[in-house]
Design a protein around this ligand. Structure first.
Ligand SMILES: Cc1cc2nc3c(=O)[nH]c(=O)nc-3n(C[C@H](O)[C@H](O)[C@H](O)COP(=O)(O)OP(=O)(O)OC[C@H]3O[C@@H](n4cnc5c(N)ncnc54)[C@H](O)[C@@H]3O)c2cc1C
Ligand SMILES: Cc1cc2nc3c(=O)[nH]c(=O)nc-3n(C[C@H](O)[C@H](O)[C@H](O)COP(=O)(O)O)c2cc1C
Length: 539
């Protein structure tokens, strides 16, 4: 039964009662007019009719009062707490699940947040569930949700007593947009679960879609008046250092970048966390746009609650997407401009380093021009320029306990996240670390090579395997190095090691995954993932 039909049934009941009272009043009134013997003083027909009419009026008032609250409350205000269930690869879905639960609690509802992997059919039965799930890979569920998919979604289920909604996070630049959210929604629906409202798909953190979800959650509790969720604001960091790490490489340029926090602030983060950058266009491109369309760059415009010169807004907007015919009216131009999307980078340092380090590959678009985010960081921003940055916690890639050995596997810029982990391990004296790292040529691509050598010498790295794919050796990729050291890997895992992989989704992740499955066996890999001992930060 859907929540709406429940409401309809109770409304029907109310109408029948109202009709019965109205009929009684009418009958008593008519009865007074009949030439029958006078009734006893206790049952004066006019008095009785008055009471019935008063009762009817009170009843109508009560219905009207109930009508103030949203319809759905009638069906969902039971005692069981809301279960907000997340599946998140890089932390955004988790963040939104926590906000959703907080919104429910702010409305005095009970809400608990659950990793999807902790959920079974029993937990779903009769529950009110709000799923917040992202899609990763090529339309895949987040890593930690794989067990739920195999264990729960693969078996027959009767979910008729479950009520649910799905917030599906994704990015329409991927062919399988919001695939996991859609699959989950379809599975719930197919097994009889009752949707509280339609699935909300979120394209690249689109604020309008998030507002839509927030509104629905508000309606569930009768509190639609909460302020809109806003994406955390960027802080203005300063580009302090930029150094090319691979001069002469046949691959794309890889840059070491150091960013200084705004004066007077001490931002906190830990190994595994992500920096979200708000990119800008090259100053030259903004000037050229202004000149081409004969605009006044100093004209102050208003956008997203901020006043700023038009030139500043143009720096943060997609200029190529703006039609060549630019509106004359400044307000229309401001409305037509689309913000550049944010870009994510694994943080390669710790707060104790005094600055936030990144390792960024300069990407090229098809026409050869630099990518939006990497172009801004590696090319367009000048030393001393402000960089819009916000830090996002990524619990999925946080460190294992110090007592656990750690196998770190990466390629290319994947070294960034692993470097932060090695720094954290060095700081706490956890030296059981094995790094397997792959790049192209030893001569040009030993990214942070001196630092890795120093860690090996000082014992922070118990093992270091560097693999170069274009040097003509037998071991070309990190997965080959894993196969060549299969026994060692098995004994590290026996001793409780956690495996962390960071780097390219296409070039490395599937090969490493296959090698680990062959060496350790699929069941062991499932157990490791369930125990949080196999974690990936791949992109
Ligand atoms: C969790 C996470 C962590 C990341 N950490 C890092 C990091 O530490 N260092 C780093 O350099 N990058 C990292 N990235 C990738 C980064 O966010 C950007 O995707 C990358 O810099 C390209 O963006 P762009 O705006 O410069 O290029 P765009 O303007 O988006 O595209 C330029 C060209 O690059 C191609 N391209 C874009 N992204 C990729 C990709 N991932 N793989 C292959 N081709 C691509 C596009 O198809 C296009 O041809 C990370 C991504 C995620 C999700
Ligand atoms: C490596 C990678 C692969 C992705 N693949 C998809 C995809 O196939 N379909 C999609 O809609 N979104 C895809 N996305 C976009 C994410 O779903 C989106 O960024 C989401 O907000 C991430 O949420 P999370 O941090 O909770 O994992 C992908 C993102 C990354 C980094």
């Amino acid at each position: 039964m859907t929540s709406t039909s429940r409401f309809d049934r109770s409304a029907l009941g109310q109408c029948l009662v109202a009709l019965a009272l109205a009929s009684l009043a009418w009958w008593l009134w008519r009865w007074q007019a009949r030439p029958w013997p006078a009734p006893t003083p206790l049952l004066q027909p006019r008095v009785a009719a008055g009471i019935a009419i008063a009762l009817y009026a009170a009843f109508c008032g009560w219905i009207a009062w109930r009508g103030r609250t949203p319809r759905i409350v009638a069906s969902v205000d039971g005692a069981s707490p809301w279960r907000v269930i997340y599946a998140s690869q890089t932390g955004f879905a988790l963040e939104l699940a926590e906000r959703t639960a907080q919104a429910l609690r702010d409305a005095s509802a009970m809400a608990t947040v659950h990793d999807i992997n902790s959920i079974d059919l029993q937990a779903l039965d009769g529950a009110r569930c709000l799923f917040v799930v992202s899609t990763t890979g090529e339309g895949d569920p987040p890593d930690h949700a794989m067990d739920f998919v195999k264990r729960v979604m693969a078996q027959p289920a009767d979910l008729q007593r479950t009520r649910y909604a799905v917030l599906a996070l994704g990015d329409s630049e991927y062919t399988q947009f919001c695939a996991f959210g859609r699959e989950l929604d379809e599975w719930l629906h197919r097994h009889g679960a009752q949707p509280l409202f339609d699935r909300v798909d979120v394209d690249n953190a689109d604020p309008a879609a998030l507002r839509h979800w927030q509104h629905h959650v508000g309606v569930l509790t009768g509190h639609t008046d909460q302020p809109d969720w806003t994406t955390p604001r960027y802080e203005r960091w300063t580009l302090a250092t930029r150094r090319l790490l691979n001069p002469g490489s046949v691959g794309g340029e890889a840059w070491h970048i150091e960013l200084q926090a705004p004066a007077g602030t001490s931002p906190a983060w830990q190994a595994g966390d992500i920096a979200e950058i708000g990119p800008r266009n090259a100053a030259g491109d903004v000037d050229a746009f202004i000149a081409r369309h004969v605009l006044d760059g100093s004209h102050v415009v208003h956008r997203d609650g901020e006043d700023m010169p038009l030139a500043e807004l143009l720096a943060r907007s997609r200029l190529s997407a703006t039609a060549d015919v630019v509106p004359d009216d400044a307000r229309a131009l401001v409305a037509a401009l689309q913000a550049l999307p944010h870009r994510e980078y694994s943080i390669a340092s710790l707060p104790a380093d005094g600055s936030l380090h990144l390792l960024v590959r300069l990407m090229r678009r098809e026409d050869g021009s630099p990518g939006i985010g990497s172009g801004w960081l590696c090319r367009h921003a000048a030393i001393g320029d402000g960089i819009d940055l916000r830090i996002r916690s990524n619990p999925n890639f946080h460190a294992p306990p110090a007592s656990q050995p750690m196998v770190l596997i990466g390629n290319g810029t994947g070294l960034a996240g692993l470097r932060a982990h090695l720094k954290a391990r060095a700081a706490i004296g956890a030296h059981r670390n094995w790094l397997l790292f792959g790049e192209r040529n030893a001569s040009a691509d030993r990214l942070h090579g001196d630092e890795l050598d120093a860690w090996q010498r000082s014992g922070v790295l118990e093992r270091l395997d560097l693999v170069f794919s274009r040097d003509g050796h037998a071991l070309r990729y990190v997965q080959d190095a894993l196969h060549a050291n299969a026994d060692t890997l098995r004994s590290w895992v026996e001793e409780g090691a956690a495996i962390y992989a960071c780097g390219s989704l296409e070039g490395m992740a599937p090969g490493v995954d296959a090698a680990l499955n062959e060496i350790l066996g699929p069941q062991r890999m499932t157990d490791l993932a369930d125990a949080g001992r196999y974690r990936r930060d791949v992109y």
